[in-house]
Design a protein around this ligand. Structure first.
Ligand code: ADP
Ligand code: MG
Length: 238
């Protein structure tokens, strides 16, 4: 569970070849970070994996099965967005429970899953609050909680911390890393922030204009950047 393979995946918007052709292997349990400057195609690539955009060419294999034509809900993935996308009129409990109610799960099972997620995310004392009564970091945790209860084979994060202030970003970075260690579920994490990439990733994918410049561990990229773009972006001399 949790492996994702991209085979010659491409995406064209009108005249613009946003992703020319990408091959990538993501292993089960890996924390993979897509990093690159604004507009390089990070979100597009994540949305292709999620099925929120159709590929223009190539193949997406999830857990060994061709998922290229599958609807987002059939891919077994959970996406956490930058804007929290919480329902303002619902309590934290109901926000987290929402996907399970939609799936028709029975109430006892829902309550158990919500309690488990709340414990993992330190939200137990906040379950009856409304989103507006929470801090930015707590709201982000609720959004993650809503993903966790679905027990996805992989989490997809698109710049989940970019709306938070600097101090909170550092905290949440640590929390998400700890969550990964606890759940051991594949995480694909998009950011334009080199520090986030270097501190969180098992494997970094450096993107530039829709192409992969280099794939490697933070240490590999730091010690042996393949070119000036990677060196400049990761911040080591070459
Ligand atoms: P990033 O997330 O790295 O900032 P995006 O994946 O959002 O980059 O965008 C990559 C490129 O694709 C940008 O030039 C953007 O304008 C373009 N793009 C993204 N989505 C669409 C769309 N729905 N229609 C047309 N162009 C798009
Ligand atoms: Mg983006």
């Amino acid at each position: 569970m949790g492996s994702i393979t991209l085979q010659s995946v491409s995406k064209v918007f009108g005249e613009a070849k946003v992703i020319p052709s990408i091959d990538l292997d993501i292993q089960d349990g890996e924390f993979v970070v897509f990093v690159g400057p604004s507009g390089c195609g990070k979100s597009t690539l994540l949305r292709l994996i999620a099925g929120l955009e159709d590929v223009s060419g190539g193949k997406i294999v999830i857990d060994g099965k061709d998922a290229t034509e599958k609807a987002p809900s059939e891919r077994g993935l959970a996406m956490v967005f930058q804007s929290y996308a919480l329902y303002p009129h619902m309590s934290v409990r109901n926000n987290i429970a929402f996907p399970l109610k939609m799936a028709g799960m029975d109430k006892t099972e829902i309550d158990r899953k919500v309690s488990d997620a709340a414990r993992v995310l330190n939200l137990t004392d906040y379950l009856e609050r409304k989103p507006r009564q929470l801090s930015g970091g707590q709201r982000q945790r609720v959004a993650i909680g809503r993903a966790i209860v679905r027990q996805p084979s992989a989490f997809l994060f698109d710049e989940p911390l970019s709306n938070l202030d600097a101090a909170l970003r550092v905290n949440m970075r640590i929390e998400i890393s700890e969550l990964h260690q606890q759940l051991k579920t594949t995480m694909v994490y998009v950011t334009h922030d080199q520090v986030e990439a270097m501190t969180m990733a098992d494997k970094i994918v450096v993107l530039n204009r829709g192409n992969i410049e280099q794939v490697g561990s933070p240490l590999e990229l730091y010690k042996s950047p393949r070119n000036l773009f990677v060196a400049g972006f990761i911040g080591s001399p070459k």
